[in-house]
Design a protein around this ligand. Structure first.
Ligand SMILES: [Zn+2]
Length: 435
């Protein structure tokens, strides 16, 4: 046991570190992957030949326009008409200069953004001309936009690893060499590997680096048929970026539930970022944002507004009648062979707080967790007999046994140690448990 004590003592030093909160974003808005079709240079061949999108109300695409040159530079109206239908207008700079070659970054980036703003368009994304960027260029973009698109690779971005927001890759359709089958394969990979396929196009049926209207229609329809989330670059990008913030947001217990607050990861996020999430501990309770109730979807997920930057879960505390309190005892908590923690027969009178059974070191730094207030959000970590972390999870529970019942699924039968405490890392306790 000496080894165990040592390892738990070492672990408890790390107990105050950050851990995941109760909100988990559903990947890609409930789809197996995502696809964003982007069209550069503000060309009128695009607005002339993408009219089939009018028959696809669930699909939005992105036009990266230059404010001072090419089609949009001379006549903004065709693209503005698409913007009115929900498609995105992104910044492709003022004059399409190579930003890494002594361009005036302020006028090319911020100048174009403010010109678009004057048209009522708040461009949240940018695509670099010629996909040329370096750190100086990225810093300038980051002042004005939460996300920037580059190109040059396979154009696939994953869900789990935070990407370089100032250089999201895209799959570049080139007039010579690109094939519909190769781009269908990108969509296939997005669907099978939970990834985001970003496609870069230029002219549609005319202008340069042309993709035919038939081919782009085929590819967008193919992405839809693969059940991908086909939405504009900023829509998917903001969803992905929000996920890295909200999944880490910690909760604070309230009298009858908990609140979660977070901060926006960037000053230029879209004004609204609907996010489909799972909320641990919300079952049977009321979820609200800014005082307005959010009803669950039919699958138990919630579609919340990320830009509200807060969420509250409240309601009746879970019944504690069936949940046994683990009483304090100087010896180890007695274990039953069933999946429930058994109470010690020599339990201390009337104490409903819990005490560590593992080591004095842990006792010394771990005051009690009070469950008197009913169910609270509890951070649980389960270790095997070797001190190996097997599971880390936040659960609603009114007692340690209820917490154990809520975390043990998926573990093999055996003896474990569960460390639990308030989700802010305080009041940590460790008990021995058996499944
Ligand atoms: Zn361009």
């Amino acid at each position: 046991m000496e080894c165990l004590k040592l390892s738990f003592a070492a672990l408890s030093l790390a107990a105050v570190s950050a851990f995941a909160g109760p909100i988990t974003t559903v990947p890609w808005n409930g789809h197996p992957g995502a696809a964003s079709f982007t069209f550069d240079d503000g060309l009128h061949s695009q607005t002339n030949n993408l009219t089939f999108l009018d028959n696809m109300p669930d699909v939005t695409v992105t036009f990266f326009v230059c404010t001072n040159t090419m089609g949009f530079g001379s006549n903004t109206q065709p693209h503005l008409n698409y913007a009115k239908k929900g498609h995105e207008i992104g910044n492709h700079t003022a004059a399409h200069k190579n930003l890494t070659q002594n361009a005036d970054l302020n006028s090319e980036i911020s100048g174009a953004a403010s010109k678009l703003r004057g048209m009522g368009l708040e461009a949240t994304s940018l695509a670099t001309p010629y996909c040329a960027q370096n750190q100086t260029v990225k810093n300038a973009i980051n002042k004005e936009h939460f996300i920037s698109r580059g190109c040059g690779g396979s154009g696939l971005t994953g869900w789990d690893t935070e990407p370089d927001w100032m250089q999201i890759d895209s799959h570049y359709w080139q007039q010579n060499g690109s094939t519909v089958s190769a781009f269908k394969s990108s969509a296939d990979q997005a669907a099978s590997q939970s990834k985001w396929h970003v496609q870069l196009n230029h002219g549609v049926g005319a202008d340069w680096d042309v993709i035919s209207a038939a081919d782009i229609k085929t590819l967008i329809e193919y992405a839809v048929s693969k059940k991908l989330w086909v939405a504009s670059f900023s829509t998917v990008g903001a969803y992905l970026r929000a996920h890295f913030t909200i999944d880490k947001a910690a909760a604070t217990n309230t009298a009858n539930g908990f609140t979660v607050k977070w901060t926006s990861p960037h000053a230029h996020m879209p004004k609204s970022v609907p996010l489909r999430v799972k909320i641990q501990g919300a079952q049977g309770k009321t979820v609200s944002q800014k005082g307005k109730e959010v009803k669950p979807n039919s699958d138990g997920t919630y579609t919340i507004e990320f830009m509200a930057l807060e969420l509250e879960v409240s309601g009746e505390a879970l019944s504690s009648s069936s949940s046994k309190q683990v009483k304090s005892s100087s010896s180890s908590v007695v274990l039953s062979s069933s999946s429930k923690l058994a109470e010690s027969s020599s339990s201390a009178p009337s104490s409903s707080s819990m005490q560590s059974s593992s080591s004095s070191e842990t006792n010394g730094i771990a005051p009690r967790i009070a469950f008197e207030s009913g169910a609270v959000m509890v951070h649980c970590q389960v270790f095997d007999a070797n001190g190996q972390l097997m599971m880390s999870k936040n659960v609603m529970a009114g007692s340690a046994s209820e917490a154990w019942n809520n975390v043990k699924a998926g573990l093999m039968n055996g003896v474990y140690f569960m460390r639990y405490g308030k989700i802010d890392g305080r009041n940590t306790q460790i008990i021995q448990v058996r499944k």
